[in-house]
Design a protein around this ligand. Structure first.
Ligand code: HPA
Length: 277
């Protein structure tokens, strides 16, 4: 139909890596930056880090780059930004995350990560706002992700692609993060499909199988990043205690408010980590 923009990733015959390469080429032209050495996906509460990391060279609405979608959620930013770090390297800041719960399929979920890899990034930093299972955590706590459990029953990989996920969230990068804040805790991230929050029983299940953090974004992206050969650093902002860990009911407004309250502090933390990566 004339006038309707199709996302090429919705075509079952599309080659998702070729679309990512095309996106990286468009990004290089739009930003004037040929190569991005590292990339950050900034989830709830983390957006401020982009301002603190260095000088913004260019900012592009994500929808102008092939394969990206408009953000589905109020409070999520939809841009791709190129930031020059003090040492001259360029970071690609992906403020346009497509969540699995949006129902557009895993290819769109993985597209940001794949574009970052095609743009040259060797390190992928994935951040999110998430629920905390450790009862001593309080909203505003930052936890490194040490591993994940993927409960979406899906994968961004296609065909018989057998990828090792050992040390997926690189212990080397967690050590780097701890040189900035030695007190950073870590935990296993459990990805649920969402968009509903978990029931208290589901949170107890996540705890029983070894989880410490519950969320709706990062595991599928991390798998795509590993396939693309990138090292992954994962950071969760605990915006709330997970359902049933505290008696309080959950709300998206509470998640956004916790992010806002924490943004200056965690933005500084991430900017300080970025220069050491
Ligand atoms: N569960 C899942 N995703 C979330 C949560 C939660 O408790 N808080 C923020 N994102």
């Amino acid at each position: 139909m004339v006038g309707v923009t199709q996302n090429p990733l919705d075509d079952p015959n599309a080659d998702s890596k070729a679309v990512a390469r095309a996106a990286a080429e468009q990004l290089a032209i739009a930003t004037g930056v040929a190569r991005h050495e590292l990339a950050f996906t900034l989830g709830s509460g983390w957006a401020k880090a982009a301002d603190l990391m260095g000088e913004t060279v260019a900012e592009v609405p994500a929808t102008e780059i092939i394969g990206f979608s408009a953000p589905a959620v109020v409070g999520h930013v939809g841009t791709l930004r190129s930031v020059r770090l003090p040492d001259g390297r360029h970071a690609l800041i992906i403020g346009a995350r497509t969540h699995y719960y949006e129902g557009h399929g895993v290819r769109r979920v993985a597209h940001g990560v794949r574009t970052a890899a095609a743009a040259g990034a060797k390190i992928m930093v994935l951040t999110n706002g998430a629920g905390g299972i450790k009862s001593h955590w309080t909203p505003g706590t930052v936890s490194l992700i040490s591993d994940h459990i993927n409960l979406t029953a899906d994968s961004p990989l296609e065909g018989a692609t057998f990828i090792d996920l050992t040390d997926l969230y690189a212990s080397r990068l967690r050590d780097v993060a701890r040189t900035v804040d030695p007190g950073l805790d870590e935990g296993v991230y459990v990805q649920f499909r969402g968009p509903h929050y978990e029931t208290p029983a589901e949170v107890q299940m996540a705890k029983a199988i070894g989880g410490h953090i519950v969320g709706m974004s990062t595991a599928l992206e991390a798998i795509a990043a590993r396939e693309a050969g990138m090292e992954v650093l994962g950071l969760s902002l605990v915006t709330n205690l997970a359902a049933g860990i505290s008696d309080a009911p959950l709300s998206h407004e509470e998640v956004i408010a916790a992010g806002r309250e924490a943004e200056a502090r965690i933005g500084r933390l991430l900017a300080d980590i970025a220069v050491r990566l």
